[in-house]
Write a protein that binds this ligand. Sequence first.
Ligand SMILES: C[S@@+](CC[C@H](N)C(=O)[O-])C[C@H]1O[C@@H](n2cnc3c(N)ncnc32)[C@H](O)[C@@H]1O
Length: 321
Amino acid sequence: MPTSSLDTPSLRKARGAFFTPDGVTRHLAEWAIQSADDTVLEPAAGEAAFLVAAVDRLRALGAAEPVVHGVELHEASARVAGELVADAGGVAKIRVSDFFLTEPSGTYSAVIGNPPFIRYQDFSGDVRDRARFAAQAQGVALTGLASSWAAFVVHSAAHLRRGGRLGMVLPAELLSTNYAAPVRSFLLSRFESVELITFETQIFPDAEADTVLVKAAGWLGEPAGVATLRQTRDATTLGNLDEGTTWATTDPAARWTPLHIQDATVEAIARLMPSGAFVPLQEFGETTLGMVTGANKFFTLSPQRVQELGRVDQEVPLLGG
Ligand SMILES: C[S@@+](CC[C@H](N)C(=O)[O-])C[C@H]1O[C@@H](n2cnc3c(N)ncnc32)[C@H](O)[C@@H]1O
């Protein structure tokens, strides 16, 4: 489904086009690509941030003129991507298409990328149907509330050969939302190891989303069952990760938020609880994460309406959610 070369900030936002900083692409390419013969796919290639990092990595490992593969919906981005890969000394084979029109190949050593984060309100029609169908084909049932990235993870993995590595930039929603539960379960049951990296600062300030790097190795091997979380400051400090926390769960779809809590904190709480000075927050009432209305156009004021009203100096607390 090629699109025209016309591009604007709002069109880029609609298709989730936020390109990834160098530090992140290099970190994931160096981790996912292990030898000069490795085959690499980028499922939402954009302007080749990952493909250029892949070419650099393959050349550093001894490949003379590496061939890398990509899929990209936006024709002009795909063209720029091809030129940038050539400048880096590689050959790009980029298919201009909806990624969900590709057959799961089961052949790549590494699939790396940063898929579009398009919320369910805007992720609709045929593309969403194809995305859900592709996830379903791998045994993953996504609800209509899932953002686009969820199906990208599943369909990307289906392009790996046995033992392959998946390295992706995903929204931190992966760790905690209900709609991401089948993806959490999928990662822990189909890969041999799952490592997550979170950032203290936002690496995509324009996208207004906290992100997490997912490094899943050993496709179709012994199920990992556990995930390890490491934290770092930003894209420039990925060479300097903390030891991290590892978390095992009997329910693979459970939220991964306990990974955020340091062992020392858990131990301190365990010591304090018997004193009676602390009780679980739940004893004061039901708790819930955030406020999700879904219908943003109805519940929030547009910048234009704010201008019409002049200064808006009162916040009306929202009820329910
Ligand atoms: C977040 S950007 C990332 C681009 C690149 N991976 C990077 O990290 O710089 C997502 C890209 O996915 C493309 N895209 C959106 N929907 C797609 C689809 N269904 N199939 C293939 N590409 C898609 C967008 O045009 C955009 O270039």
